[in-house]
Design a protein around this ligand. Structure first.
Ligand code: SF4
Ligand code: SF4
Length: 130
């Protein structure tokens, strides 16, 4: 998506593309990655939520042919018009604070904070053993 010159410069500065609509999260799911910084507590809470609600693994991009290239979060249900997080009430803190139109200073602050206080998690592996 091409925005104003200011938006393009901001995207280049942060390495984050802006997919918002009218300044609000559009729910496009483009930021829903298979690799997220998470704490042990967040992992426990997600496991509890999964068990209670029977959450299953979501696959993307021709899963039988190219499972290794599926870099999208296994909790993202993109089968409907609007993408949906299937663990929304239990989603980790990074998903709660991140919006792709944040100013570079906020993006960098979040990046520094989350990668310093949490560990990088392969979501598919840790929650589904894949
Ligand atoms: S924050 Fe994520 S889901 Fe929302 S518009 Fe940006 S990329 Fe899409
Ligand atoms: S937990 Fe939900 S909001 Fe966070 S990356 Fe996965 S699908 Fe997106």
């Amino acid at each position: 998506m091409i925005g104003t010159i200011e938006e393009v410069i901001r995207d280049m500065e942060t390495g984050v593309l802006d997919f918002t609509k009218n300044g609000e999260c559009s729910g496009c799911g483009s930021c829903c990655s298979n690799y997220l910084p998470m704490s042990e507590k967040e992992i426990r809470e997600i496991r509890k939520y999964m068990k209670k609600h029977g959450v299953t693994e979501k696959k993307h991009l021709m899963p039988t042919l190219y499972p290794m290239f599926d870099l999208t979060c296994p909790f993202l249900d993109d089968s409907k018009e609007k993408n949906k997080c299937t663990i929304y009430p239990a989603r980790p803190q990074i998903c709660r604070v991140f919006v792709c139109n944040q100013p570079p200073s906020q993006v960098n602050e979040n990046r520094e904070l989350f990668w310093r206080t949490r560990m990088p998690v392969n979501m598919r592996k840790i929650f589904f053993g894949g």
